[in-house]
Design a protein around this ligand. Structure first.
Ligand code: AMP
Ligand code: ZN
Length: 459
């Protein structure tokens, strides 16, 4: 079976490009992870679904993948666009009256739970920023030495004028950066767009490390340069994040990593579109967000959100609505019922699969993860004249990529009229060890289309 070539949209070039993994058959991926100062919301989770769908698709197409997702537990400022404000971890520590380590441990565990609920497969490695301080210091020292950075009173800044490609990823020109800098520029910066690599601790810091420039803590951007290159090497295939990470976070990461190494580090930059709620970006800080546990509390399957997200192109913004979620939940339940019903029809095998369906599926995922096209294909299959057992087998096979638990049974299904009465009678016969009667009732149930099996259930 020949596989289609994989084409992925690269934010840097604004084009779909063919994937050519640097390592033999292994695609190495770095994904920006959560800042663990609060619970993640379904907008964050949409962004974390992107590398999951990417990996599942690539593995379906025969590649291996290696994914690193960082956990930011220091250095992310409340105003990251303009490189100022307070460290989010410390704000949370103060508000909750706990240590930053406790805050990080609590919200990291909650993040892992939420990710599991959406069938997002775990990354291979989850480095925490606080474990990579020496590597960050090393990068900053190299930037200083190469004159891409300068130090003022124990704080080290990246000099954006020293790196001409700065702004290429986000198409932010230096002039626009100056015009966009709100309020008083930091007088210590050579250029208002320069960003912090290392920040002097000042007073009252909880998370402080010694450095050649005095006690302090790292900037958010240097964390991802250090963790990605330490774990995936100086060249790797794909970097993912949310659309709001393009500037300044990824622009800064490119400047840092490329200024140190002198070459391109990331093959393709992939960015997920933002999840919107009531016309505004879903955001922790703005308070207009929804957790996946809230979706459950509303009686929905968390995977209904996954289904909803699959219907939109990953790069497009997606407006979340309760009605949309309810519709997705219903559609998902129907699909599972079909998959279960049809599997009763015969062999659960792929031999009889019409090749055309398989290749249309592979073409769609290989074309920049075109899941709206995949979901349309699923709908077309459901209504097609393909034999039911084949439909069921196809759906279950595709579910390796979709991750919708289409093989899940045990959900409520309407039982045909009269069946409940027969089931109760049969239970009674079994309890009385009247197996002849029980068998006869099994046949009657079968005639109604209800299969019963006798299992001992472990207590
Ligand atoms: P944070 O924990 O704030 O660092 O965010 C974690 C990830 O979620 C980042 O990659 C963001 O780009 C992403 N993100 C934040 N808000 C949204 C949103 N409304 N929709 C989609 N992704 C988001
Ligand atoms: Zn990052």
């Amino acid at each position: 079976m020949s596989q289609p070539s994989v084409r992925l949209y690269n934010t840097l070039t604004r084009k779909k490009e063919e994937l050519r993994p640097l390592g033999e058959g292994v695609v190495r991926i770095y994904s920006c992870g959560p800042t663990v100062y609060r619970y993640v919301h379904i907008g964050n989770l949409r962004t974390f679904m992107l590398p999951d769908l990417l990996r599942r698709s690539l593995e379906y197409l025969g590649y291996q993948t290696q994914q690193v997702m960082n956990i930011t537990d220091v250095g992310h400022l409340t105003d990251d666009t303009f490189d100022r404000g307070e460290d989010k971890m410390l704000v949370a520590a103060r508000l909750e009256n706990r240590s930053p380590e406790d805050i990080a441990a609590h919200y990291t565990a909650a993040f892992m739970d939420d990710v599991r609920k959406l069938n997002i497969r775990p990354a291979d490695t989850y480095p925490r920023a606080t474990q990579y301080i020496p590597q960050m210091i090393e990068l900053i020292a190299a930037l200083l030495e190469k004159r891409h950075a300068y130090e003022v009173d124990g704080t080290v800044y990246f000099d954006i004028a020293s790196f001409p490609p700065y702004g290429r990823l986000s198409r932010n020109s230096t002039e626009k950066l100056i015009a966009g800098a709100r309020g008083e520029p930091d007088p210590r910066k050579l250029h208002p767009g320069d960003f912090t690599l290392w920040k002097a601790a000042g007073e009252h810091r909880l998370q402080v490390w010694p450095s050649p420039w005095g006690p302090g803590y790292p900037g958010w951007h240097i964390e991802c340069s250090a963790m990605s290159m330490s774990l995936l090497g100086e060249r790797f295939d794909i970097h993912t994040g949310g659309a709001d990470n393009v500037f300044p976070h990824h622009e800064a990461e490119i400047a840092q990593s490329e200024a140190v190494t002198g070459h391109r580090v990331v093959g393709a930059w992939m960015h997920g579109g933002l999840l919107m709620l009531s016309g505004a970006r879903m955001a922790k800080s703005a308070g207009n967000f929804l957790r996946v546990t809230e979706i459950e509390e509303q009686g929905h399957d968390p995977l209904a959100f996954r289904y909803l997200a699959l219907q939109a192109k990953y790069r497009s913004p997606l407006n979340f609505s309760v009605e949309g979620l309810a519709g997705a939940d219903k559609a998902l339940r129907h699909l599972r019922e079909h998959a279960a019903d049809w599997s009763q029809d015969g062999a659960d095998e792929m031999q009889s699969t019409p090749g055309e369906w398989g290749s249309r599926f592979r073409d769609a995922i290989a074309d920049d993860l075109d899941f709206p096209r995949v979901m349309a294909l699923v709908a077309e299959l459901v209504h097609s004249a393909v034999p039911r057992s084949v439909k069921s087998a196809l759906l279950r096979h595709w579910d390796n990529v979709l991750g919708l638990d289409l093989g899940r049974t045990g959900f409520e299904r309407a039982v045909p009229a009269g069946a409940e009465q027969l089931i109760a009678e049969r239970e009674k016969a079994r309890a009385e060890r009247d197996f002849a009667r029980s068998d006869q009732l099994r046949q009657e149930l079968k005639a109604l289309g209800v299969e019963v099996s006798d299992r001992s259930i472990e207590k």
